[in-house]
Design a protein around this ligand. Structure first.
Ligand code: GAP
Length: 459
């Protein structure tokens, strides 16, 4: 099934029904812009993270991992430019008080508002075009002036009822922790330049209109690498990194027809060059899943200046501030891309339809389902022994409810690559049936060979 035939609403309700994603605080009516990953979702998310970590940290000899604290000195966000520059221009409808994002509304009518424009310049454009923009809630064009709305989420540390409590910002982008630890990584690991540091971390943005399910949320995770290079090696490394990141999505099981590149015309304040990898989401169309940014020496320079700490790299006596090439992937968006890509409805020869998630095996939340043909006559016990044998190596589930055919379909729906059925013959000849998800082919395998059989299948 092509993505153009899939409907995002169906995928969203399927994700809830099967325990992948739940709205946050649902019993209180749900909190906009936040989602919880359910029992199957947390496994899929973990598998995507593991796949990312393996390819980007373990498989490269010059990349190091990091996990920095969410709370940072508030001066970090001043120095990085986020308290001043990390904002969207917003206006309010005077008739119904709904808010609009002015740059996006202008874009819709073909008027470009550059990120670098001042509030005054944006307002000039806005007032020239106001009558062409309609409030989505009440249809009015009676708007206030645009004001910069900062996206950073503010919090407090310590006793916030007292004057001594310290205001802190939650990370607007996870990568700042990497710049703050640049010197620590250099002093402890003694890397040669170029080298990279990777991290998976949470980011928070006060998005004015969270939308499109996991696509635009207020709390999300980013998997980032920051590659530190000599300024003159920057261009070549940037092209190589772009190619590697494209290939990573293909290796993840995303089809090339659903991916495309897009270069930024309007650069965010820290970037010299920026390319996005976009995915063709069902119903929503192509949109960004990852940004690849040339951040020059911007970040280390501003933090050196604000902290007073020397952040030069000493390469055999040659001292310089490295340039930074960043890859920043939104895990929620990639999770949604993987789920959308795998989602399929297959017409079978007998005319029936089977719902199936065609995950790449290593991404599947459950790897093997163990099914006794019947609960009685010792079959359940035999199946449980197989569960115990495999459970330490894979995420395995045991299921004995309903007919075996229905249980196969249930496993197809959640993308389980293999089902093992223990039947009456198993008791006699110590073999089981292994059924494969995509082909639905079945073969008999000796119980004593099962561990080795799956080791080969999952390698
Ligand atoms: N450190 C660079 C940075 O944060 P970005 O392009 O703003 O760059 C990187 O974000 C990625 O984070 C995006 O490609 C997207 O996948 C994800 N992302 C950004 N804002 C998001 C949001 N509100 N909800 C979900 N994911 C988001």
């Amino acid at each position: 099934m092509k993505n153009s035939e899939k409907k995002m609403d169906e995928i969203i309700s399927f994700a809830k029904e099967k325990g992948f994603v739940f709205p946050s605080s649902e019993i209180y009516g749900g909190l906009a812009g936040a989602y919880d990953y359910g029992p199957l979702g947390v496994e899929l998310l973990k598998n995507i993270k593991d796949f990312w970590w393996r390819e980007n940290i373990y498989k490269k000899n010059n990349y190091y991992g990091l996990d920095s604290a969410i709370f940072k000195d508030p001066r970090v966000w001043e120095a990085s430019g986020h308290t001043a520059g990390f904002s969207d221009p917003m206006a309010e409808c005077k008739d119904c008080n709904a808010r609009i994002r002015v740059d996006k509304e202008l874009e819709k009518i073909g008027v470009r508002a550059d990120e670098k424009m001042s509030e005054e310049e944006i307002n000039k454009l806005f007032s020239e075009n106001k009558d062409k923009i309609k409030c989505a809630k009440c249809g009015s064009s009676n708007f206030s002036e645009a004001k910069a709305f900062n996206l950073l989420v503010k919090s407090n540390l310590g006793d916030f009822t007292s004057k001594n409590s310290e205001p802190v910002y939650l990370p607007g982008e996870a990568c700042q922790g990497i710049y703050l630890n640049f010197k620590n990584v250099v002093d402890s690991m003694h890397p040669k330049i170029p080298f990279g540091v990777g991290q998976i971390g949470k980011a928070f943005r006060n998005e004015i209109s969270p939308r499109n399910f996991l696509f635009r949320t207020r709390e999300f995770e980013q998997a980032d690498t920051q590659f530190f290079v000599k300024p003159e090696e920057n261009k070549e490394a940037y092209e190589r990194i772009k190619k590697e990141r494209w290939q990573w999505y293909l290796n993840l099981g995303i089809s090339e027809e659903n991916l495309k590149w897009s270069q930024h015309d309007n650069l965010v304040f820290y970037a010299k060059d920026a390319w996005d990898i976009e995915y063709n989401f069902p119903s929503y169309g192509f949109d960004e899943v990852e940004g690849i940014h040339d951040r020059s020496d911007y970040d280390l320079t501003v933090h050196q200046k604000a902290s007073g700490t020397d952040l030069h790299f000493n390469d055999n006596g040659e001292k310089f501030i490295p340039w930074v090439l960043e890859t920043s992937m939104g895990l929620g968006r990639v999770f949604l891309a993987v789920l959308s890509e795998a989602f399929d409805l297959e017409k079978l020869e007998d005319g029936s339809e089977r719902r199936i998630l065609r995950f790449k095996k290593e991404l599947a939340p459950v790897k093997i389902a163990i099914l006794p043909l019947m609960k009685k006559d010792g079959l359940a016990e035999g199946a449980m022994e197989i569960f115990d044998m495999l459970a330490g190596d894979y995420n395995v589930i045991y299921s004995d409810a309903a007919s075996v055919g229905k249980r196969y379909r249930k496993q197809d729906e959640i993308g389980t690559p293999y089902c093992v059925t223990y039947d009456y013959d198993s008791k006699e000849d110590q073999t089981v049936t292994v059924r494969e998800r995509d082909s639905m082919e079945q073969e008999r395998v000796k119980i004593s060979d099962l561990k080795e059989y799956f080791r080969k299948k999952f390698n």
